[in-house]
Write a protein that binds this ligand. Sequence first.
Ligand code: GRF
Length: 212
Amino acid sequence: MARAHRRSVSEAGPALGVLCSGQGTNLQALISAGRSGRLGARIAVVISDRADAHALRRARRAGLPAVFVDPKTSASREAFDRRLLEVLAAHRVRLVCLAGFMRILSPVFVRRYPGRILNIHPALLPAFPGARALRDVLVWGARVTGVTVHLVDERVDHGPILLQEAVAIGPRETEASLLRRVHRVEHRLYPRAVALLASGRVRVDGRRVIFR
Ligand code: GRF
């Protein structure tokens, strides 16, 4: 009975595809939010560009379709992206979440899901874009950093911002301690951002995101 209930709340809303390359702690937060009816979307498929990504194991453990798409067998970035799109289409995906996906998506991909792709970044964009944000923040000596959830456009770490939250940097902060604190914020923010987008209340006016 409890199981049937859990299933029904986790299946409400548009189909979501989650793209991951690594640990998948954000994927796990999305899975948990879905189970407790806080996601407003149904995770339809999890895709990784790495066969050994822990995220794929988390997906399988949760009973979700988990697909490895091997970049080595595609001749170009666009060809790889077309294969991703095929998998998403096969699962009738309407919204996409990048959750630690370590590849830059080509316009071929982005144009297929305009305003419907989210990314989470471990810094307050536009400060510290790129793949090594946590390290860059510490090397720079910043006192405050944070988390950004934004819509994906054709430029890296650039699209309109849905949610941001600051994280203070302590005097003896290390990359590991900062990662732990950033993750805590990410795991709270990402499901909220998905729920907002899935609700259809998000409108974009230039760079500004408005919640209706
Ligand atoms: C997160 O810190 C996210 O901000 C960045 O990649 C990391 C992924 O972590 N884009 P995980 O795989 O979700 O644990």
